[in-house]
Design a protein around this ligand. Structure first.
Ligand code: ADP
Ligand code: MG
Length: 410
């Protein structure tokens, strides 16, 4: 585990907080959905109560190292100001003498929002000079942006080399929830994997296979497995170069005694404009039709397995859930998880969006805020933005979490 803002004295200190304010914007440029801003409030409020001087930094969109007027953070500042009922100062840069002056002038409890950090080419390049310039603004660095923790950027990992660096509450909750589920799951441990392609999820499957008791497969990737079993799959999504891999995964699951479930029936369509569709057994997918959702028998079976689980991790929709006629499979998994008495965790951008759209996010133990980051976590990779933080048992909060052995401590 990593040190958090609870483990470090912040009173009167300038604290640079990397937040994830990468929010969707409406046509008029205002914040269309403030979920991500709200998610950072516990950390911000805690730092205020502790008398810290707060400097917030975030990216927004993909300006690719140059200034894009529409991606300035002024509307984000306004939204944050409304949420906190407090004046939020905003500057139009992230580094330099003007920003340093503004940071130095902060009083305890005051908040300053910096400009979109991706206006600087040094951010995504993780340029040490850029990271050093950021470090001059503050005494302490806090990472609370789980959504970008899988990127080694200047404001996520780089700056941690020059300041004592700790986790904010959001980041802490993410690594705690996901980490505990993987390291010490309540059993039976069930993983539900879907989404479009096997190739996107190979590493997740490989990492989870030795840990889980059951693996439920749905979504587009199920068809490569079904094909590998010898079924005709019509026009369904197939990754022909992954057939051997699918066979290998099924063999490894059998060896390890992992129950690997594949759909027994599917919803198939010709993708005509009226979305005409039929439910068929996987042994009878008509040529020319495409499987776009798991069928009712599969939903019931997967629902049973989920109901008996101690821990469920779900990544990847069961069907083309963006189209209502093909959303039933995804909905049934979400509903089964909502009812499950065990620990329920959603990782992955589209899966989280599906659960939110269904209004079931509150019924889950945890819905990860990071799409790509949660996926990399489930792949068993260490996230650079987390690795750069001080370890919980590090004796003092000296800068250079990467200190002694010259690289990120695990
Ligand atoms: P996540 O973002 O949760 O990790 P993915 O990005 O892997 O999920 O997958 C989401 C996409 O998978 C959705 O756009 C969905 O339409 C698509 N998908 C699900 N089932 C199928 C299917 N049977 N055929 C084609 N695409 C599918
Ligand atoms: Mg996705």
């Amino acid at each position: 585990m990593k040190k958090t803002i609870r483990d470090i004295e912040v009173r009167g200190k300038r604290v640079l907080v990397r937040v994830d304010f990468n929010v969707p914007l409406a046509d008029d440029g205002t914040v269309a959905d403030s979920t991500r801003i709200k998610a950072a409030l516990p950390t911000i409020r805690f730092l205020q109560e502790q008398g810290a001087k707060i400097i917030l930094i975030s990216h927004l969109g993909r300006p690719k190292g140059r200034v894009v007027e529409d991606l300035r953070l002024d509307q984000v500042a306004r939204c944050l100001s409304d949420l906190l009922q407090q004046e939020i100062a905003k500057v139009d840069e992230c580094i330099g003498p003007e920003v340093e002056k503004a940071c130095a002038a902060l009083e305890p409890g005051e908040i300053l929002l910096l400009e979109n950090v991706r206006f600087y080419p040094g951010e995504e390049k993780n340029d040490p000079e850029f990271a050093k310039a950021l470090s001059r603004l503050a005494d302490i660095f806090v990472n609370d942006a789980f959504g970008t923790a899988h990127r080694a950027h200047g404001s996520t990992a780089g700056v941690a080399a020059y300041l004592p660096a700790v986790a904010g509450f959001l980041l802490e909750k993410e690594i705690d929830m996901l980490g505990r589920a993987l390291a010490d799951p309540q059993r039976p441990f069930v993983a539900v994997l879907g989404g479009a392609k096997v190739s996107d999820k190979i590493k997740v499957i490989t990492n989870l296979l030795p840990k889980v008791d059951a693996l439920l497969i749905g979504g587009g990737m199920a068809y490569t497995f079904l094909k590998a079993q010898g079924h005709g799959i019509g026009n369904s999504l197939l990754e022909a170069d992954k057939l051997d891999l699918a066979r290998d995964i099924m063999a490894r699951a059998a060896e390890r005694g992992v129950d690997l479930f594949l759909p027994e029936d599917v919803v198939a369509t010709d993708l005509s404009s009226d979305a005409a569709h039929q439910t068929v057994a996987v042994t009878e997918i008509p040529p020319g039709l495409m499987g776009v959702d798991i069928g009712p028998k599969t939903r019931a079976r997967y629902g049973q397995v989920i109901a008996g689980a101690g821990t469920v991790i779900w990544n990847g929709p069961m069907g083309v859930f963006e189209l209502e006629p093909f959303a039933a499979g995804t909905r049934s998994v979400a509903e089964a998880m909502a009812k499950c008495q065990g620990i329920t965790i959603i990782g992955g951008g589209d899966s989280a969006a599906a659960v939110k759209k269904l209004g079931l996010a509150g019924a889950m133990t945890h819905v990860s805020t990071g799409g790509g980051a949660s996926l990399e976590f489930l792949e068993g990779r260490e996230l650079p933005g987390v690795a750069a933080l001080l370890d919980e048992d590090a004796r003092e909060c000296s800068p250079g979490a990467r200190g002694k052995d010259g690289e990120g401590n695990a």
